[in-house]
Write a protein that binds this ligand. Sequence first.
Ligand SMILES: CC(=O)SCCNC(=O)CCNC(=O)[C@H](O)C(C)(C)COP(=O)(O)OP(=O)(O)OC[C@H]1O[C@@H](n2cnc3c(N)ncnc32)[C@H](O)[C@@H]1OP(=O)(O)O
Length: 515
Amino acid sequence: MEKEGDWSCDANDALHITVIQPGEQKPKTLYAFHPRFTYPIFGDDERIFGYQGLIIRLRFAAHDLRSHVHISYDDKFKEIGDTVALDLNKTLKDWIPESAFTLLPEFEKVIQNDTAAKDFTPPGKLMHSYIAKGRNFEIWAGSLGDPHVRHLLERAQIFVSLFIEAGTPIVTDDPEWTLERWFVYFVYEKVAPPTPSASQYSIVGYATTYRWWLYPKKDPSETPTAKDGPFPCPGDIRFSELPSRLRIAQFLILPPHQGSGHGIHLYTAIHSTIVKDPTVVELTVEDPNEAFDALRDTADYHILRPEFLKQNVNINPNPYSSGSTKRRPRLMPTSALIPIKALHDIRCLYKIAPTQFAHILEMFLLSRIPSKNRAIGGANMARLVIKKHKAEDENDRRYYWWRMLVKQRLYKRSRDMLIQLDLSDRIQKLDETLTNVEEGYEALLKAFVAREENNTIKDQGSEEERVDPKKTSMNQRTANGARNKDRVKRKLTVVEDDSDEDMDLESEVNKRPKV
Ligand SMILES: CC(=O)SCCNC(=O)CCNC(=O)[C@H](O)C(C)(C)COP(=O)(O)OP(=O)(O)OC[C@H]1O[C@@H](n2cnc3c(N)ncnc32)[C@H](O)[C@@H]1OP(=O)(O)O
């Protein structure tokens, strides 16, 4: 709350975003909310100097995101020397299209009388439709090379700065061949038009994806040969069709729609598209935040779990051949513990990035050990440390090997840092990290079980769409808006580099740390 006589105010509070559509007499507000961040516009402190009772109202037409800015205040600071109120129009001009700075009645008239609105469809192609909480939603997508997609994205881009920390708008005036590498997904609700000429679409969120060219791995048996053909002309190569990794760059569900499953639907729509696209090798994410990590883990777990179950993926509790159990093992018997080749094939089939795949696999393998044999269920850890892989109960042995497999991965990822520590510190650090990782998995598993139970209850009473990850369908959850309070990020004391590209289960086998 600002004090009387205080000329500085919180920019996040001062900025009001409203999504509007035509009404009986004049446009009406569908949703109103505040931004999460304004530091890109107003500076790190997110404060605006020089006004009392300031309201900056940023209106967006629900269907095509045509915008309008309206500034009002009770009082403005009178200039004293160099101290002046912030020039709001000048500051906002870098972020909002010129057309938004018209008089409010003019803007309202345009919205009320826009007869083209009733024929509006989102740009690109309809990729998927779904029902959540009894309401209809559609996901449309198209390349940034399409001027309609570009136009809508340009209007939406301010949301990236307002809702994604460190998010920056995409440069849309690059040459077309490079714009084609961007694909934009829009989520819309299909609403009953409030007037005969109004649109039936209302924006929910959007995501941008980008194709990174993937250097193809050569078959080692092939001898490289120089070819004498003509050098390809620029027109012969479509950059949007070269072998690539697809990277999700920006991902946003607007606040009024958050927590209703739209994020999962959007992520799964993107995943479904790339699974069908032979030119895309895997899906990666640029700088995911904690909430996105949770969303991605949830979605990927739903996608992979049925396949793991089908192939009965589990830890072999007896990786040493009989008779060899007496000697002290020196190497991790990874390939005897888990089916490396089958896992590699599943990963490639579902195009999940290696690190992410390892997380989901570890979570699944943990779930296959009864909870009484895990730390969460009160397993006797002191005994396990002594007995190790010789524990009598096979699930104790599984749990022992599960911990070793995770430690192996963590060690590899943080090796450069860990080798600088004394052996005892190294062991302690790795143990702490493992505990944190395990707690994160347990929380995700708990949420997963709760969601499944919730779905089962709903399924008994309704015929809502069901999960079929093999078909990479979108229907991975019913409209459960409740946010899981137990959600924790994979907390790591050893810094885990989350870059998606540099880990492979196969290569884990080659580097075999001592047990
Ligand atoms: C690559 C990037 O762009 S990273 C930036 C991601 N974008 C942002 O942070 C912008 C602001 N936030 C948002 O746009 C949205 O809240 C998103 C994209 C993070 C999530 O979208 P939503 O539609 O709200 O998620 P959805 O309802 O589908 O949730 C699915 C699951 O994701 C996880 N999840 C989603 N949001 C959160 C959160 N804020 N905290 C913890 N877990 C979350 C949960 O597992 C959730 O399942 P549950 O509700 O059963 O617990």
